[in-house]
Design a protein around this ligand. Structure first.
Ligand code: 6PG
Length: 242
């Protein structure tokens, strides 16, 4: 069952809309920091999976300056490209340069996806073994085609109901990836989707208000989450709270 619906009822997203990309970076960082701190206060630790791509970079840089109990945080990734960790195209590289190298998270608390492995399936199974059954906080982005993590429209991984991490191919380079699967999104205690820019407005509208078909619009798997948007990314939504 996706987080687009539970018990057959379509879930409603929570929308937090910032006036522009810069304001979104700040409000998203504040939101993430607040939920990490609340989770640590309640459970003693927080398992967070970071989104990749470029949108989160500014929010991660602001998050690095926030008051967060980092020693109690364990960091995972929603997906990774099959490139070395020092490659600018690596999601780990982006997170390390903007956030991870600037905060006191124990190195043992950072779990990189080794998507560059010569045996992607074995690397996926290795990652699955360290990924918690339920993430406390899952951060996702959305592509203009409606993908999220490395779950692309029509991908076989969208039909996966048992495995939590699988190899995947992207239509855009870097092609080879590892990605979490729909069960991981559905099981996450809290999902936040960070999207900015007019180029994503149609994808956001399809994800949140389009006919429910996550095989065509994988970002619908997060429809019941909190959507952290700038005004441009939200500009085609019909049901925006006043
Ligand atoms: C990836 C991401 C992917 C990303 C979207 C948006 O590895 O590319 O995990 O899901 O979040 O493609 O990317 P941008 O933020 O760069 O637009």
């Amino acid at each position: 069952m996706s987080t687009a619906e539970r018990g057959g009822e379509p879930l409603r997203p929570t929308l937090l809309i910032a006036r522009d990309r810069s304001a979104l970076a700040g409000s998203a960082a504040d939101w993430i920091a607040e939920h990490i701190a609340a989770t640590v206060a309640e459970h003693g630790s927080c398992a967070i999976a970071l989104a990749g791509g470029t949108t989160p970079a500014a929010a991660y840089a602001r998050l690095a300056r926030a008051a967060v109990p980092w020693s109690a945080v364990r960091v995972y990734f929603g997906d990774e490209r099959a490139v070395p960790p020092d490659d600018p195209a690596s999601n780990y590289h982006m997170a390390r340069e903007t956030l991870l190298r600037h905060v006191p998270i124990p190195r043992t608390g950072i779990h990189r996806m080794e998507a560059e492995s010569e045996d992607p399936d074995e690397a996926a199974r290795r990652y699955e073994a360290v990924l918690p059954d339920r993430l406390d906080l899952l951060l996702l982005g959305v592509g203009a085609d409606g993908h999220t993590a490395s779950l692309f429209p029509g991908a076989p991984a969208l039909e996966e109901t048992h495995r939590h991490v699988v190899p995947a191919d992207s239509p855009a380079p870097p092609v080879r990836r590892l990605t979490i699967t729909p069960p991981v999104i559905a099981a996450a205690r809290r999902v936040a989707v960070l999207v900015a820019g007019a180029a994503k407005a149609m994808a956001v509208a399809r994800a949140l208000e389009g006919a429910l078909d996550p095989r065509e619009v994988p970002a619908q798997l997060a429809r019941g989450g909190t959507w952290l948007l700038d005004a441009e990314a939200a500009s085609l939504l019909q049901k925006v709270p006043a």
